[in-house]
Design a protein around this ligand. Structure first.
Ligand SMILES: [Zn+2]
Length: 251
């Protein structure tokens, strides 16, 4: 699943290629994504318009124009790519935004859990207005909720902060919370920095975006030895997600 750093890397990968370019055509081959793609809104508002900036909020990409914003969420398996010429779409290539210079932004999503939505004002859009603070923003600290941090980062950050995944929020000290917040910021920033070396993957017809290959301490390592103390890492399920932890390093 694309996690926050992949979304940030996607933003940085596509941004230099599409800003301020007039939009000539939008091809929507599949509109049944997580929510129905609003074909009419997209065409009415985006044709002959252009994107003036791209922002990220949690795992949403917000492509702003003078008439409103396109909200993109990559869902479980979505990706965006820039193509410099029209390449015949494959089965899961659902949406193309074609610019006047023939460059195109292609959305691919095998599992169709992604979203392509229109928002007149993204600040008050129901999907965005109640999100928690940005983990990389200054207002983020341990006492607040995380906005869309993925499973991998949650597991890794809990390990770094020495907190067991099942520990009740009320039993976590303010100091531990702050350490957790700090760990999450470090992990995300580190992954984003590493993503910076794979920006070329967003360009071209056959490359898939390069997801981060961070050195994971616990995620995906159940049963293996803890890299810090050599204890066997354990796995538990928390609300249908698996979480791996070290019984010795995490209390
Ligand atoms: Zn350990």
């Amino acid at each position: 699943m694309p996690e926050l750093p992949e979304v940030e890397t996607t933003l940085r990968g596509i941004e230099p290629h599409i800003l301020n370019l007039p939009i000539e055509r939008i091809s929507i081959r599949e509109s049944k994504l997580r929510w129905k793609v609003p074909k009419k809104d997209l065409k009415e508002n985006l044709l002959d318009n252009y994107f003036s900036s791209i922002k990220r909020r949690a795992k949403y990409l917000i492509l702003n124009s003078k008439k409103g914003s396109l909200l993109i969420h990559l869902g479980m398996s979505g990706s965006l790519r820039i193509l410099f010429e029209e390449v015949k779409p494959q089965k899961h290539d659902h949406i193309d935004i074609v610019f006047k210079n023939n460059c195109l932004l292609r959305f691919t999503d095998p599992r169709k859990f992604g979203s392509f939505l229109w928002a007149k004002d993204p600040e008050v859009h129901p999907l965005l207005k109640d999100l928690g603070p940005e983990p990389l923003g200054n207002s983020f600290s341990g006492a607040k909720v995380l906005a869309g941090v993925g499973n991998i980062y949650a597991s890794e950050a809990l390990f770094l902060a020495g907190i067991r995944p099942k520990k009740r929020a009320c039993n976590i000290s303010r100091k531990q919370y702050d350490l957790l917040a700090f760990s999450i910021k470090e992990l995300l920033q580190n992954s984003i920095d590493k993503g910076g070396t794979t920006l070329k993957d967003f360009v071209g017809s056959d490359n898939k975006p390069g997801y981060f290959k961070n050195e994971l301490m616990v995620y995906g390592r159940a049963g293996k030895a803890c890299k810090k103390c050599s204890s066997h890492l354990k796995e538990i399920r928390l609300s249908q997600r698996s979480s791996v932890y070290c019984p010795k390093c995490q209390a």
